[in-house]
Design a protein around this ligand. Structure first.
Ligand SMILES: [Zn+2]
Length: 588
């Protein structure tokens, strides 16, 4: 087998080796050390065991890197110390694990060493632009990471992790570096956006606890801090609500799933019951919180509710019967707001979400794609419209404004619990209060409009943030996906804050989020393939200032970062390395 082909195949297995550029490695080889036994190809064995760390190859690139002369030698006698506290101890243990994952070195935690990596929490420190900001100083005696918050220290640790030289390349590697050389340097960093998110759809396809945790690991590596968890939709309800047992006994399973993109055929195979128990959700919430990721739960209402209506048909306008959705798209049957029982149901759902997700300021109530055809004919909804004195205005129908009534009522209830409404940009069309935070998905224009009205906005347009879209125009060699194409360059070359937006409106754009809908994504390695490396590109959009970004620089950085994907066994797409992509995708 020729070496290039071997290398390309190795890359396909997320164990790429030869393609990596190891920074400044040529003079660092220590040939006197015995070669470590590796099981994954000759190239790994030929790599030098002693290499130099490189801050300039970190994704997202830190805001400022100042490199001096000289090196710090990190060895197994370098101890990780930390400001006392449970968060900081966990941070220290993460760092020790990361160093071991990448270099094989085992660093002592919390003890004295010849040299140290000191993790310092300094809540009153000055000069940090954000709670997530951090500073790294590398001197001859060691490394210091300083931040005002434990989260800031965590992002400093992520930068150290990503600056480490790729001694190991895949999960089976047993190589152990005797030392890592760090350039003397000062790194200061702070993110552009406070909300750096990704949404995962667990309704159309259910992801196990282990799979969700792997996604959270991927988010943490890329400095994301919000996981938007799409827990319900027409095709499945995925958590338990007291008083409504049929949500999970009936609503969490469908009789069959459509084949392809809404063909006439289904697979005639029952799917489910699939849902998360309370204990599983609490476990995931803690796993995320340990990585400074807040989970924002979503229950989409009043539309995308077929699974709940199948369980409780009295909550729909016609009374059903309804079936849990077997097809993709938008269903006409939505919650009947004229029925008081619907608000009892919504209250129970909100109470449960607030209990399960105690730290999320936002509770996402969806609000997208809610056809009003049932409400237009439903006497109960029309009575509520009359009772509330709702009349059509400014191009919005009275039924559109009835959805605003729902959103404001939920908003008022959430406010009593110290929470806020978040939802898709359709909320803007129904007269919702400006305290609602808007996810701009139908392009960036709704978000810009919402920001001008005074809403906080998270930009998540299909044009740049939908990772369920194909990664190239060559659709024949892409897995079956939603219609749409989103090459990684298009993710990267995008400014989420449009030119011409007033400064006040710009301040309302608080973040950027990727969305991963899972109608067609049904296997964990496909999920990873759709996310990586596009999420790396988006992480630079989320973290870096616009004028610091460059596609060429990103390609160089990501070419190093993917070594970590190999170590953790994550599958990733090769479109941004076209020579490799052609080899792995067209082997016929
Ligand atoms: Zn109705």
């Amino acid at each position: 087998m020729n070496k290039k082909l071997l290398s390309a195949m190795c890359g396909l297995l997320a164990c790429a080796t030869a393609a990596f550029a190891h920074p400044n490695s040529s003079s660092m080889t220590n040939n006197s050390l015995p070669a470590a036994k590796v099981q994954h190809g000759e190239d790994c064995e030929n790599d030098p065991l002693v290499q130099q760390a490189d801050f300039s190859k970190v994704v997202p690139l830190p805001a400022s890197i100042s490199v001096g002369k000289g090196l710090f030698s990190m060895t197994a006698e370098t101890a990780i110390t930390y400001t006392p506290g449970a968060d900081m101890q966990r941070n220290a243990e993460f760092l020790a694990q990361y160093v071991k994952d990448v270099t094989g070195m085992t660093l002592p935690v919390g003890t004295k060493g010849k040299t140290t990596i000191a993790l310092r929490l300094e809540p009153k420190a000055k000069g940090f632009a954000s709670p997530d900001a951090y500073r790294i100083a590398v001197t001859k005696k060691g490394i210091t990471v300083t931040a005002k918050t434990a989260a800031g220290v965590f992002y400093g640790i992520q930068t150290l992790r990503k600056a480490l030289p790729g001694i190991r390349h895949c999960a089976n590697c047993k190589k152990v570096a005797p030392e890592v050389l760090w350039p003397l340097a000062t790194v200061t960093d702070s993110p552009r956006f406070g909300y750096r998110g990704m949404m995962l759809d667990c309704s159309r396809h259910f992801w196990s606890v282990a799979e969700v945790k792997r996604v959270l690991d991927i988010l943490a590596l890329h400095n994301l801090n919000r996981f938007h968890w799409h827990l319900t939709d027409d095709q499945g309800w995925r958590f338990e609500v007291p008083g409504y047992p049929k949500l999970t006994t009936v609503g969490s399973k469908r009789a069959a799933t459509v084949l392809g993109r809404n063909s006439e055929l289904t697979d005639r195979t029952p799917y489910g019951p699939y849902f998360y128990t309370d204990a599983e959700i609490r476990d995931i919430v803690k796993y995320a919180a340990d990585r400074y990721i807040t989970i924002v739960p979503e229950v989409d209402m009043p539309g995308h509710m077929t699974a709940a209506l199948a369980a409780y048909p009295e909550l729909g306008c016609t009374g059903g019967p309804y079936k849990v959705g077997q097809y993709w798209g938008v269903y006409n049957d939505i919650l009947c707001l004229g029925n008081p029982k619907t608000f009892e149901f919504i209250k129970a759902v909100i109470d449960k979400l607030c209990d399960l997700f105690p730290t999320s300021t936002y509770i996402n109530i969806g609000g997208d794609e809610a056809p009003k055809v049932r409400w237009e004919k439903c006497p109960k909804d029309q009575a509520l419209i009359s009772q509330q004195g709702i009349v059509a205005k400014d191009g919005q129908s009275k039924e559109d404004l009835l959805q605003g009534y729902l959103a404001r009522r939920v908003e008022a209830y959430l406010a009593t619990k110290g929470r806020k409404v978040m939802g898709w940009d359709e909320l803007l069309g129904c007269g919702v209060d400006t305290t609602a935070t808007i996810l701009s998905w139908r392009g960036a224009a709704p978000g810009a409009k919402g920001a001008q009205q005074g809403h906080d906005v998270v930009m998540s347009p299909t044009s740049n943030c939908y990772f369920d879209f194909d990664q190239s125009e060559d659709h024949a060699i892409e897995p079956t996906n939603c219609y749409g194409t989103l090459p990684i360059e298009k993710v990267y070359n995008w400014n989420p804050v449009a030119d011409g937006l007033s400064e006040a409106a710009q301040r309302h754009i608080i973040g950027v989020q990727a969305n991963v809908w899972c109608e067609y994504i049904t296997m964990d390695h496909v999920l990873e393939y759709m996310i990586l490396p596009r999420l790396a590109a988006l992480s630079e959009v989320q973290w870096m200032q616009q004028d610091k970004r460059s596609w060429e620089g990103f390609v160089a950085r990501e070419t190093k970062l993917r070594n970590l994907y190999g170590i953790y066994g994550w599958t990733y797409a090769h479109h941004m390395w076209p020579d490799e992509f052609r080899k792995v995708a067209k082997q016929y």
